[in-house]
Ligand binder design. Structure first.
Ligand code: TYD
Ligand code: MG
Length: 469
């Protein structure tokens, strides 16, 4: 017989089950269910409470006073402010996720060091000496001129009492998985603990108007560990990503109640902490030799409100496997399959007997469809052995009918290319205003087949083909 008042909660996704099972039916994780007693709050009947309640107070929307709406205060780290909507809003809650070692603690300590007097950095992961050593390294001096308070505390009630009494200018929790509440069963980091502690922290920070930043660990699959509900509780969710071997990191906004969503902040890990990269295009453009080679092009992308240029490279060679290889780094492999199908069907260029290797320079991950034309161009260039002009930037979306469709913010992309010394652009058909406003030579492509035909007719293509024969 099932024990009364017992339920089973999945530690991966937070789904509640009435019976124990070896596998969670929500997220399919194995051995993730743990026993949980129903709390007295869950047992309370709403109906009885409703009749006794004094009722809800409502206010007229028109009475809202814009001057009383809290404004974000800049953190002093421009790349961070760009992503979180201009800084921390009083009473707001922010969650930062990322792989171990990506630089979450480093970034937040840098922010805390620049914060106004009264900020507190609470660590449950490192000792105070470790944090002090890091702060010295980040500041480049032994004599730290800062009013930042440190604490190595994991008990939620002690943390909340401190926040209530001191109203800190900023509260940093490193990390939410190490904090525990003695009122809840389970080890620190379990779903019930993480949910309760986050809820208490958010409530107390809202009541005193202190901005709260919590660091969250990510699972093997790359999502924030603990319940999804954590993402719903907070105002802003940011992910720190990037290849640890490539020196730069990208801070991406996943949810933001205070600003634009798709902004990214780009940082470089240096000997003295994370430094914002003001000119990211240089990171994603490979060194080019004087003599151009086939299979490389520069694409103009849009990340939030700024344009970034990145190099796309392709290698196309006859396959020696029964099924040709498709190896893609930095782009969607389904999108590559679509572009090769369009090249095959509408442009007469069959790559079915070839292996294809596609790479985006610098470890960048492109999510935009504006890279379609550049990918089609590098594949064609690699397949026919003719280089693309090195002074030309490329962008445009390919449709399944083989036409090139316009993409948003064309002028912004053209301006970034102009700034970096490009002389021409291969684009979808542009509006007259954009064409007039740019100094670049524009070669519009309306049909992908026209571009492929031109490439196949080029004299250097014939020479290359002869050379191979
Ligand atoms: P850390 O911030 O502790 O990562 P997380 O909190 O996300 O787990 O560490 C980031 C890495 O950066 C660590 O391996 C050491 C390195 N690092 C530097 O290269 N330069 C620096 O100035 C600092 C402080 C760390
Ligand atoms: Mg850390």
């Amino acid at each position: 017989m099932r024990k009364a008042n017992l339920s089973y909660i999945c530690q991966e996704c937070g789904m509640v089950h009435a019976r124990w099972a070896g596998r969670c039916s929500g997220c399919q994780a194995w051995s993730s269910l743990t026993e949980q007693k129903a709390s007295p709050a869950n047992k309370r009947r709403i109906t009885g409470a409703a009749t006794r309640s004094p009722g809800m107070e409502v206010v007229a929307l028109a009475d809202a006073n814009p001057a009383s709406i809290p404004r974000p205060a800049p953190t002093g780290i421009a790349e961070f402010d760009r992503v979180c909507g201009g800084g921390f809003t009083p009473g707001s809650a922010t969650l930062i996720g990322g792989e171990p070692g990506i630089g979450k603690s480093t970034l937040l300590l840098q922010i805390a060091l620049k914060a106004p007097a009264g900020a507190v950095y609470i660590t449950g992961e490192e000792s105070l000496d470790q944090v002090r050593t890091r702060a010295t390294r980040l500041s480049g001096t032994d004599k730290l001129a800062t009013d930042l308070s440190l604490a190595a505390e994991t008990d939620i009630s002690a943390i909340c009492r401190y926040i209530q009494a001191h109203r800190p200018a900023l509260v940093v929790i490193d990390s939410i998985q190490t904090v525990y509440s003695s009122d809840v069963e389970g080890t620190p980091g379990s779903v019930a603990q993480v949910r309760t502690c986050a809820f208490e922290l958010i409530s107390v920070c809202k009541s005193v108007g202190s901005p709260l930043v919590m660091i969250g660990h990510v699972t093997k699959e790359g999502t924030l560990a603990g319940p999804r509900v954590l993402e719903h509780l907070v105002d802003t969710v940011l992910y720190f990503e990037g290849d640890r071997s490539a020196g730069y990191r990208i801070l991406r906004g996943i949810k933001n109640r205070f600003g634009a969503l798709d902004e990214i902040g780009i940082f470089e890990m240096t000997g003295t902490g994370l430094a914002g990269v003001a000119n990211p295009s240089h990171l994603f453009m490979a060194e080019r030799s004087k003599s151009p080679s086939p299979g490389i092009a520069t694409v103009a992308l849009l990340e939030g409100s700024r344009a970034i240029l990145a190099d796309v490279q392709a290698l196309v060679c006859p396959t020696s496997f029964a099924t040709p290889r498709r190896s893609v780094v930095g782009w969607d492999s389904n999108r590559l399959a679509m572009v090769t199908a369009v090249l095959d069907t509408h442009c007469g260029m069959s790559l079915g007997a070839c292996d294809i290797y596609l790479n985006v320079a610098g470890g960048l991950r492109i999510k935009e469809t504006a890279a379609d034309l550049a990918v089609a161009a590098v594949l064609t260039s690699a397949a026919v052995g003719a280089p693309l002009p090195t002074d030309t930037v490329i962008f445009g979306e390919a449709s399944l009918t083989g036409e090139i469709r316009p993409v948003g913010q064309a002028l912004l992309r053209l301006k970034e290319a102009e700034r970096l010394g490009f002389a021409a652009a291969m684009t979808p058909t542009l509006d007259k205003v954009s064409v007039k406003a740019t100094a670049l030579r524009i070669s519009p492509v309306t049909k992908l087949s026209d571009f492929v035909y031109d490439m196949q007719q080029r004299p250097d293509q014939r020479e290359n083909a002869d050379g191979r024969r």
